[in-house]
Design a binder for this molecule. Sequence first.
Ligand code: KIV
Ligand code: NA
Length: 266
Amino acid sequence: RKPVTVPGLRAMKAQGRKIVMLTAYDASFAWQLEAAGVDVALVGDSLGMVVQGHRSTLPVTLDEMAYHTRAVARGLSSTLLIADLPFMADRDVAHTLEAAARLVGEAGAAAVKLEGAAPHILDAIATLGARAVPVCAHLGLTPQSVHKFGGFRIQGREREAADRVLSDALAVQSAGADLLVLEGVPSALGERVTHALEIPVIGIGAGPQCDGQVLVVYDMLGITPGKRPKFSKDFLAGRHSVGEAIAAFAEDVRSGAFPAPEHCFD
Ligand code: KIV
Ligand code: NA
């Protein structure tokens, strides 16, 4: 397979080909994603919850993100690798650049993801862009804002909040973001944002109209402790291996079979 690239993802949006993305935290899972032909592997700071057992993503450090990113990079060959900037790694330009140097320069990610559209985030996107570091923005239910939201709650349900998500999406695109992850919003808003943006919009609980879909790999294997999140689906159920489950996810995203209405919000 030819390597997946950032411009290649943009071409996929233009051609109407769905983008398949999953999280990975180690080399073995990275290899499973690679073998199943997943387009993008995300070393998400969700590892703070599903690997480390914390209640939120906030305790994850840059050292930990770099450690997992190095491991995942060793398992990949053609899959595009994106790493999350952990909480407060974007507190100023110097820290943002340091984090990109660690995750992209040393650990092997092709791009970094950061949450929100606050003024300092727009600056960070532009600053990284000026250094030719591709950026994935992340809006909607941004987990690093869990305390401000008062829990992991669907965002953009009221008219004003929905308009704000759309204007934030246009702002991160203008600042130079190459991709957007849109999480935990009504399907109608997912569709609005996807059509308004030139850059690919990858949804998680954001409806079927997004340009691609991402899930936490342990959620879609049904091994995350606790109740399955509504926006996820257990792809291992009735199948014989992790590889088969991941391949089924890829197929269902590409065909539009996932997400189904029961995985979506309104
Ligand atoms: O950390 C993560 O896994 C994420 C995805 C859910 C988009 O940010
Ligand atoms: Na994340």
